[in-house]
Structure formats: C-alpha cells, structure tokens
Design a protein around this ligand. Structure first.
Ligand code: SF4
Length: 180
C-alpha cells in the first residue's frame, strides 16, 4: 500500500467486541502500527460514517437492518474488506438462534422472564428491524479475506495487517489459524 498512512475502518455488527479486544491485544505493537495507519470509522474513534478507506475490518454477523446498512457502507468505501472472526464468517454463536423462531426468542426475553410480566415487545420505529436468521457477512457483500477465530489471535491479526501493508497476500501460520 502507498507511502501515505493506510486508512482503516472497523465496525462491530452482531458481534461481542471480542474481536476488537483482540486487535487491542497486539499491545505495544499498536504504537508501531499507528506510525503507518490511521483509523476512520471505528469503535476506537468518534467518526460516524465510513469514508474512503484502504481496509475495512468487520466483526460480527448480520442480524438486523442496520447491520446491512453499515456493512454496505463499508463495502462501498473500503478497497479491501475483511471478515474478522467466527461471527462475521459464519454467524458464530449468535447464529444458534437460527433454529428458534424469532418471536419465541423475543417472547422469552421480553414477556416470559421474571420481572417482564405484562411487558410488550419493543416496537419503537427507531429500533432496527431484526432478521429471522443471523447471516455471515458474505451473504450480503463480497468479502476479500476471512480471518477465523473467536476471536482471532492478536498475533494473527498483526501478521495479517502487516502482510497487507507490505503489499503481500496475507499468509497466516497454521498454528495461528483456529476456529474457537
Ligand atoms: S468471533 Fe467471537 S470474539 Fe469475535 S465478535 Fe464473535 S463471539 Fe465475539
């Protein structure tokens, strides 16, 4: 990638922020990285929309309409898009709800749980519409790279980004590739 700082955007869709914690787990290597990259929209910045970027990193699958909106914005603006972690790649643990009718899930949480008796399902129009199923992000947009793990190890993330910065196709050591 070019001499100028490489611009990176990150987001969490139906994720737990654990993949972002793994990014931060590269610890002091962050200081070296920040010599070469700058962050656009990310939970680490206060930027509200993804602008033109070299790299977009997506944590989490797609579980509602807002996720689709954000994901498409990233795809439009990022030259390279990465699915980071099991949730973005396959839906992950949140996709376990795919075998249960959505209404039954919501009734369990909002109507049947002790303390929620008589309550109704949230229906404010500001809330994003949930989908029946949780989807991997590649069912919505084209994805350039998949980096597995729940979360992917910090070292794998560092090497992956390092390869991209060096203009190489990322090649992660097998011992850093896992799915748990
Ligand atoms: S892959 Fe694991 S760590 Fe990453 S967002 Fe999903 S549940 Fe969290």
């Amino acid at each position: 990638m070019a001499d100028r700082k490489v611009r990176i955007a990150t987001t969490s869709l139906a994720g737990c922020f654990g993949c972002h914690m793994s990014i931060l787990d590269i610890d002091e290597a962050l200081f070296d990285l920040l010599e070469r990259v700058e962050f656009d929209r990310s939970p680490l910045t206060d930027i509200k929309h993804c602008g033109p970027c070299d790299l977009g990193i997506i944590e989490g699958g797609v579980c509602n309409a807002e996720n689709v909106h954000v994901l498409k914005e990233f795809r439009r603006n990022c030259k390279v898009l990465v699915a980071l972690g099991a949730c973005a790649i396959s839906g992950g643990i949140p996709a376990m709800r795919n075998n249960i009718p959505l209404r039954a899930c919501f009734q369990e949480v909002y109507e049947y749980e002790p303390g929620t008796l008589g309550h109704h399902l949230p229906n404010d129009p500001e809330l994003p519409l949930p989908f029946d199923k949780v989807h991997p992000i590649n069912e919505v947009v084209h994805v350039d790279y998949f980096l597995p793990g729940c979360p992917p190890p910090a070292e794998a993330i560092l090497r992956f980004v390092g390869d991209l910065l060096a203009g190489r196709t990322p090649a992660i050591d097998p011992h850093l590739l896992h799915y748990d």
